[in-house]
Design a binder for this molecule. Structure first.
Ligand code: ZN
Length: 223
């Protein structure tokens, strides 16, 4: 349960978000943040577009794992560290373009090194092949997802996290509330989820592609 003092803290940063959302959800900044399932759905659609444009295998099975991790990675780092006071903002270090390039580069390098060792398990080798693109796409889609709201609202000063450490990251009152509390409160009322159309679209695309892969003409194995 969310306490009354917490509700007061949350409501201080509630301005400018979708008015249909419960007040305790309108916490992050103005305009609103994207929540985990929304990031996941957005990343999946990005990956489908990437696979279609580059004629690569559609994302399924192993590719979905690094894609899902990449799609949540910036929040998994920044939000808990901001809540515990290690970082000044819930969108800072891992939401920076510079750090994104570094982390994606490290993951790509690690996957190539591991693949050269010829891992004993076939699934590890498969994971090494799909991870660089899948993780990077998931990660980049997270930054785009977070930035769309401020861009639409013309709140360009809310995008300074992209330039960290050259630019000071914006502060959010919602960072004083544990991220897992905010997420639990959101998903307790699933009807209010702000990215429901996006999630439903991604789900429909996923089911359609799986049906096509099962019953359509033969094609290369999915990644
Ligand atoms: Zn984020």
């Amino acid at each position: 349960m969310i306490g009354s003092s917490m509700r007061r803290r949350l409501s201080r940063s509630a301005a400018g978000c979708d008015p249909k959302l419960p007040q305790f959800i309108r916490v992050h900044d103005s305009p609103c943040s994207v929540f985990p399932l929304g990031h996941l759905a957005f990343a999946y659609l990005w990956y489908v577009a990437y696979a279609a444009l580059t004629r690569r295998p559609l994302p399924a099975r192993w590719a979905l794992v690094p894609m899902a991790i990449g799609s949540q990675f910036p929040d998994l780092i920044d939000k808990p560290l901001a809540y515990y006071g290690v970082l000044a903002s819930g969108r800072s270090v891992a939401h920076s373009l510079l750090i994104t390039v570094l982390i994606a580069g490290l993951v790509t390098w690690g996957a190539h090194v591991l693949h050269r060792w010829r891992p004993a398990h076939r699934w590890v080798g498969r994971l090494c092949v799909v991870t660089p693109a899948a993780f990077s796409i998931g990660y980049l889609s997270h930054l785009v997802g977070d930035s769309l709201g401020p861009l639409r609202a013309g709140a360009y000063d809310s995008l300074t996290y992209l330039g960290w450490p050259l630019l000071a990251a914006p502060r959010y009152a919602g960072d004083s509330v544990a991220p897992w509390i905010r997420i639990l409160e959101l998903y307790r009322q699933s009807g209010t989820h702000p990215e429901r159309p996006l999630i439903v679209t991604a789900l429909l695309v996923f089911i359609s592609l799986r049906v096509w892969a099962r019953f359509g003409p033969p094609r290369p194995a999915d990644g």
